[in-house]
Design a protein around this ligand. Structure first.
Ligand code: AHR
Length: 514
């Protein structure tokens, strides 16, 4: 070895250690079982569906006469995949679409329903064949709670009040009778009601003070019928708009049960970047942006705590996830993007963070369930693929309604854009005598030796699953649907109350400890 090469290698190694701030192999995680008493709401694992691109039409709904195998118009492959995820709650019909949606267009015989133009998303014709009955029946079929997003931007108080009556009244009331005439005798249970969406933007471009008054007015007439108790959600802030949260907390207070927040992992609205063609630097930058949500949550929660120290009002992150350029050749208004192992990291890291703040964060709805943005499922005609993000929701569903266990992590970091990105994140919970730990190792090049101190908990049996792939750009396609898929994970050993885990580079793991 030449002297020059030797010194260059030495300098490289030194630099790497300086960047990571720690030596490889000394990640420690301490589980603090006695300090956690909050329950991680299952609704953190919620989903969002909008009349956008092929989310509803083609992705979920194909109609009874479709050659694609279906049950009452819902495609069977997607139904089964969704049932397996144990989705707790599904938001609908938007998004921006919700503030132009008039629910009466979507009831009654389908052939008689009026058409409209979907001005928000691609200017396509919306035939309203998927409406209130189709949505609420879907929720019953997959066993989740509906979250209805009501129209404040271009609707009326009367329209919203009557929608609630139509869905939930069991009396001899005009709307309940209309619902019966349309084939549904019993009301549905509808708990979650959003009063507007992004009212600072596509939902009306309002100032928070004006929206706060509108919220008070609209929500007054959304009644609790026949034992149905609404959980009313005010349209909340975007990202770093802490003033919006402040005004809503001050002027609406506990007239709302929940306040929403939207946070997308996006590079730049004018230059979002490709979902599949990216390099290591792009990858780390995406994860920095995603991890920043922790800081954003802390600040919104701080503002909420000022007015509501007992944490009665929930913070609901009812839109989140990655937003990249659409797949080449697809309609730019349809927001159809591929989903790689990088997206899986965004999902896993975000969910670990939401669990941590679950004493205030009571719901989160990733955008969106099928064929739009960071989807669980992609479809093309009769074909379907499950994305890496789907598998994260599958692996993480063990946290739903489990008791949160705080974790203390000592992870190495990488400096990206002057920010420190933690290479390892974790979240732990217990339920029914089982402990579950979800771990992410974002490091593209280095495996981590992780020591997990279970604070005296005995482990009779440990099992694990891992999601990883050769390249972080890997994704599932209609031609190769199983490229990125979870596998059994066994690289751990339990000795003297410590679980030693060998966490491979760019991997996400869930461990179950009995
Ligand atoms: O999820 C796509 C869009 O993003 C939603 O319609 C809107 O609420 C947000 O801006």
């Amino acid at each position: 070895m030449s002297k020059r090469f030797f010194y260059a290698t030495l300098a490289f190694l030194f630099l790497n250690i300086a960047v990571s701030g720690q030596n490889f192999g000394d990640i420690t995680i301490k589980i603090l079982p006695d300090q956690g008493n909050q329950v991680i709401s299952k609704n953190i694992y919620g989903q969002f569906s909008e009349h956008l691109g092929s989310c509803i039409y083609g992705g979920i709904w194909v109609g009874e006469n479709s050659p694609i195998p279906n049950t009452n118009g819902y495609r069977n492959d997607v139904l089964n995949a969704l049932k397996n995820l144990k989705i707790p709650v599904l938001r609908w019909p938007g998004g921006c679409f919700a503030d132009e949606y008039h629910w009466t267009d979507g009831i009654g015989p389908r052939e008689k329903r009026p058409k409209m133009v979907n001005n928000n998303w691609g200017g396509v014709v919306e035939d309203n064949s998927f409406g209130t009955h189709e949505f609420l029946n879907l929720c019953e079929m997959i066993g989740c709670e509906p979250y209805i997003s009501g129209n404040v931007g271009s609707g009326s108080v009367e329209e919203m009040a009557k929608w609630v009556e139509y869905m939930t009244s069991d009396g001899d009331s005009p709307m309940a009778n209309l619902r019966r005439a349309n084939g549904r005798n019993k009301p549905w249970n509808v708990k979650y009601l959003g009063v507007g969406n992004e009212s600072w933007g596509c939902g009306g471009n309002m100032r928070p003070e004006y929206y706060a008054d509108l919220y008070r007015r609209y929500s007054t007439y959304c009644r609790n019928f026949d034992g149905n108790n609404l959980y009313k959600i005010a349209s909340g802030a975007s990202d770093y708009d802490y003033n919006w949260t402040d005004v809503l907390m001050k002027q609406v207070g506990d007239r709302m049960n929940g306040l929403s927040l939207h946070y997308y992992t996006i590079r730049d609205w004018n230059d979002k970047g490709s979902a599949t063609q990216f390099n290591g630097e792009d990858y780390y930058k995406t994860l920095v942006k995603c991890s920043e949500i922790e800081d954003v949550l802390i600040k919104h929660i701080g503002t909420m705590d000022k007015y509501d120290p007992k944490k009665k009002i929930g913070l609901l992150v009812d839109e989140w996830g990655t937003w990249f350029d659409v797949e080449p050749g697809t309609n730019p208004g349809f927001l159809f993007q591929q989903n790689t192992l990088r997206d899986a990291f965004v999902a896993a890291i975000s969910l670990n963070i939401f669990n941590k703040y679950s004493d205030r964060v009571r719901m989160a709805n990733i955008a969106q369930i099928v064929n739009v943005l960071q989807s669980m499922i992609l479809t093309k005609d009769d074909k379907m693929v499950l994305t890496p993000t789907y598998y994260i929701f599958d692996m993480y569903k063990v946290h739903q309604d489990a008791t949160y266990m705080p974790v203390k992590i000592n992870s190495d970091t990488k400096t990206v854009n002057n920010k420190e990105l933690k290479m390892v994140t974790a979240s732990a919970s217990q339920k029914d005598g089982l402990i579950h730990i979800t771990l992410t190792n974002a490091d593209l090049d280095n495996a981590k030796k992780v020591k997990i101190d279970l604070a005296g908990k005995k482990a009779v049996k440990v099992t694990g699953k891992i999601l990883t792939s050769k390249n972080v750009q890997d994704h599932n396609t209609f031609e190769n649907p199983d490229k990125v898929k979870p596998e059994t994970f066994t690289k751990f050993k339990f000795t003297d109350g410590v679980l030693n885990v060998n966490l491979p580079e760019k991997s996400i793991v869930v461990l179950e400890i009995k």
